[in-house]
Every structure is written in structure tokens, then in C-alpha cells.
Design a protein around this ligand. Structure first.
Ligand code: CMP
Length: 147
């Protein structure tokens, strides 16, 4: 079982798409084990996107990620990291396939709806960054007890 980190970005919050994106994750069978709204500050944005710090578009990421609060989620399931990345689609929504979250809801790279950890190792770092070991819940669904 893996747990991965998802951020629903400010455009998702502003456009009222939070529920629709979460539904796709739940419909897939993934389990939400952590969910909170957070206003990101420069420190956490700079840490999270440190690998992009020398890119010309870095200032636009900084301002975009602070526009509104984001929704941070911990999502659990078998192969959760790759499953969520495949539901999410390509980074640039204009290249993301229809049927994927970015393919259906996004139009441009500067508003790409969702962030999802790209490996199990990254997920551990990012879950720690956004949840700090708190507010992630371990529970069993009734259907899992029956099966
Ligand atoms: P994310 O999956 O959060 O990880 C890296 C982020 O950098 C990506 O989503 C985009 O939000 C952002 N990004 C990547 N390339 C560009 C670009 N050319 N212009 C603006 N933002 C970008």
C-alpha cells in the first residue's frame, strides 16, 4: 500500500472543481487519509519547487501558488503514486489526454489544476512537508472487512 501527496491548486479552488477532482480519486478506489486547506507561504512554495528555482517561470509559480489556499491531500491505495499520476495526466494540460484530470479541466501550463508526487520517495518527503506527520488517518473501509 502506498500513500501519495496531492495538492489541488488555486485554480481548482477558484473554479469550484475541488469536489469533481476528489470524486475521480474516490471513484478509482483510492482512499483519502488526509485532507486540509492550507494557505501556502513563500517558504513552503520555495522548498516544494526548489528544483525549478532557476527557471524563468519560477516567479509565476510563486504568485500562482499563493493566489488562494490550496487543498492538500494524502491519498492511499495499491500503487497509489503511479495510479494518481496517470489519473492526473501530463504536466501541461494542453498535452494531457482527455479523460485525465488536467486533460479535462485544464488549458494551460500556468494553471494545471493539481500536483501529485512523482515517486514513492518524493511522496514521503512531500507528505512530511505538507502534513508533518500529523492528520493522516489509518482506517479500514467496511467493504474491505467484508472481502
Ligand atoms: P507540478 O506538477 O506541480 O510540478 C512542477 C510545476 O511547475 C508544474 O506542476 C507546473 O505548475 C509548473 N510548470 C512547469 N513548467 C512550467 C512552465 N513552462 N510555465 C509555468 N509553470 C510551469
Amino acid at each position: 500500500m502506498q500513500t501519495t501527496l496531492i495538492l489541488l491548486k488555486p485554480d481548482t479552488v477558484e473554479r469550484g472543481l475541488i469536489g469533481q477532482v476528489i470524486s475521480r480519486l474516490e471513484n478509482k478506489g483510492l482512499t483519502l487519509v488526509g485532507l486540509k486547506m492550507m494557505q501556502l507561504d513563500d517558504a513552503i512554495i520555495n522548498e516544494h519547487y526548489d528544483f525549478l528555482a532557476d527557471k524563468p517561470f519560477f516567479p509565476s509559480i510563486q504568485s500562482y501558488m499563493k493566489r488562494t489556499p490550496v487543498v492538500a491531500m494524502a491519498v492511499r491505495g495499491k500503487n497509489a503514486v503511479t495510479t494518481v499520476r496517470s489519473l492526473t495526466g501530463a504536466t501541461n494540460p494542453s498535452e494531457a489526454l482527455p479523460g485525465s484530470i488536467r486533460g479535462d479541466f485544464g488549458l494551460t501550463i500556468d494553471g494545471n489544476i493539481i500536483h501529485a508526487s512523482d515517486s514513492e520517495e518524493t511522496a514521503k518527503t512531500e507528505l512530511n512537508r505538507f502534513f508533518g506527520g500529523k492528520d493522516i488517518f489509518d482506517y479500514t473501509k467496511m467493504i474491505e472487512e467484508i472481502l
